[in-house]
Design a protein around this ligand. Sequence first.
Ligand code: SF4
Length: 852
Amino acid sequence: MDSKEQLQEDEFHHPYKPYSIQLEFMRALYNVIENKKIGIFESPTGTGKSLSLLCASLTWLEKKGNLHMEVDDPEEKTNDSVPSKHAIPDWVIMQDQELQVDQAKSAHAYLEKRLEKVREKKRKERLLQETNFRYQKDARKRPTPVDITNSSTAPLAKSTKTAPATDESLEEFVVSNDISLQDENEESILGLQKGYSSKVMDLLHRLLPEDEKLPTVQKIYFSSRTHSQLRQFVQEVQKLDTSKISTPIRVVSLASRKNLCINPKVQKLSPTSAVNEKCIELQGSSEKCPYMKDDTRIWDFRDEVLAEVMDIEDMVGLGQKMHVCPYYGAREAVNSSQIVTLPYPLLLQESARNSLNLPLKDNICIIDEAHNIIDAICSMHSSSISYKQVSQAEVQLEQYLSRFSKRLNGTNKMHVRQLVKVVGELKKFLEKNIQQKSSNKVLLISSMFVSQSSDQVNLHHLIEYLSVSKLARKVDGYSKFLSKSKENVLEESSQEFDSRKEEKGNDEQEDKYTPVLMQLESFLSAIANPSPEGKLFYETQDSSNAFLKYMLLDPSKHFQSLTDQCRSVTLAGGTMSPLDDFIELLFSESQSRIDEFSCGHIVPKENVLTLLLSKGPSQVPYEFSYQNRTREDLIRELGRALVNFTSLIPDGMVVFFPSFSYLQFITNVWKDDGTLDRLEKKKPVFIEAKDHSEKTLQLFDEYSESVEAGRGGLLFCVIGGRLSEGINFSDRLGRAVVVVGMPFPNAHDIEWQTKVAYVEEKVRAKGRNAKQATQLFYENTCLRAVNQSIGRAIRHQKDYACILLLDHRYNRPSIRSKLPGWLQEHLEVPNQFGHAIRQVSTFFRTKRQSNK
Ligand code: SF4
């Protein structure tokens, strides 16, 4: 039987007086942790979700868990105790436990003494800085990496010319001839999969004197999608009312090397895997990373991190000041931290958890912004490669072989040739399917490798070789070098070209080079170790290109260790509904542990107007189904409605369409029939474009500028596109969010068909109705995307906006029930378009009057 405690608001260390919904949220989460449950928590943006998550979990840790030491689960001990005549007497067990508690207490006291000294030192430093008026208010900005290996602080002169390609200058691209797969196997597992080399592990081990071993404490893992969300969470910790907590809270922020590396020569490398590889390589070389010297500064760094709550930027600044690597330094602070913040990949991938040595047992796990967690886990274990990339990889490998063949020993040459063979097979397979205009299909891995010569290739062995030799990086590096050399030849021959290139900036230069070998390695790794819950399929793109995609369909196995080992796991988000997919795809084995919580919005009822419009101005039914949506009368009706609303809605208005192709179609029609001109006369129109994600943020900036400047703005974007998540349309930026139609998945899409087939198979195996389950999955996928877009509008308590859903299908009970709870309460369905116009007009007139 679950215990339900009703803690009072002052017991939660909340820095402000919590709203009633925040108090309910904190109580519910406290009980989830107390009862070892799985929580699915929904709390709209602006309701103080992060602070509620933090206060509830920390309060539980203080009251029922242990802020000071690792605890053994007493219930587990009771269950394990099997009576036996050889059983250890109770008094011995008790004495042992007492001893352990005493040891943990003294270790904790010792740690706190050390940290207090650090805090005292920092207090004095601050006082001194304030006295000298030199206190830097903006200490949060990440300082530019400084190369401490270089005595000069002047920036390195940029070489505009490439040195002649002598054998020596190309040394870095040659695969080592000392590779031994057998010997390096451990390195492969510990190094590349786990993220750091055995040499680093040795080094860390040697650096760890007995008295530096700090107590391990029970902890809260807080994970989110982006670093900025994690930074905000750390800022919430800094706000906490900790006056009643017996010990200062210790927090560490974990991140990738790309975010924490301070070695300028490594940090600037791209892609992220290059930073990892270079760092690992440095640990094993005589050169070493200057920030990872064999001394005790790393322990001082750890103590500084534990002494005060810091975010990633603070740690980077501290690392630069102390000349200590923040990436390795932060890891040393994990054991003694009560809160560990980390991005999804570090928490959700077993290899990453192992490399960081993160203990799960009996700890509390909170995953924020979890509405896309299923897709996030699946995409971490999925990979794809296109025909164009395979062709490019073939060219690069041939160039590499022809340049370095003489310098490679027999083993290296054999493996590179095997890789060429594999690439050749993939290319042939894709070429044949493109020529035959094959339709999208699910594949067996063996169907791609049909020639006799490919039988001689052991894919696992080849993957191991790729890991150990870093061949992909070397070939990519050499190809990049060749590409730059060609550019330089052109540069030298044409001054005019040179000046034009500078005008265009660096982005375009970067685009000329794509690290396809790394992509190939990732794809081969995925198909060499296929999961039973994964599928490989072929998908055409156009008449000249196609993809091979390996996709994980079932994330539950990869999530299970969290639910099995952690005391409680909580998924939280602004819009988590509909919840069925989480239950079905993540927690099907632990449904009895699930507790759901959904709270209303803190905005007053009169600040939100939600209308469901089932007809346009001329009574044409709004149904933007696939069959209907290109009808002329429907598009005209939509245009007329938007022209009407644009006249009434002040400032910014955001219109979401179900897909890029439909947005493009509709804007083309409106260009021709003059609707776009009519809209432009009311507000400047901004249109999101597909495949221009780097330009999307610029578009958003232009839209924001227009709104802020009083010109208003009408932004057309796509559900599921870059602007539908993580963008804040608060206040004037989003006085209305309009959703046109319903973004149901394309039933002909092979990726979708594969997912559906898997869901059906799973449900059938449990003896349930497969058709019902797939219909639910179909609707849930659509509504989850819609709910995200709707959630962009109301961002804080004083915000106000109207939400317009244009499609009569939203009125179906099964669909309505999947909208966020707070929105369902407000939803109105006017009979006539004219009624909707009157309601919108009254809503904004009232707001204008009350704001006077
Ligand atoms: S040890 Fe740290 S600073 Fe040095 S290269 Fe690795 S991540 Fe960068």
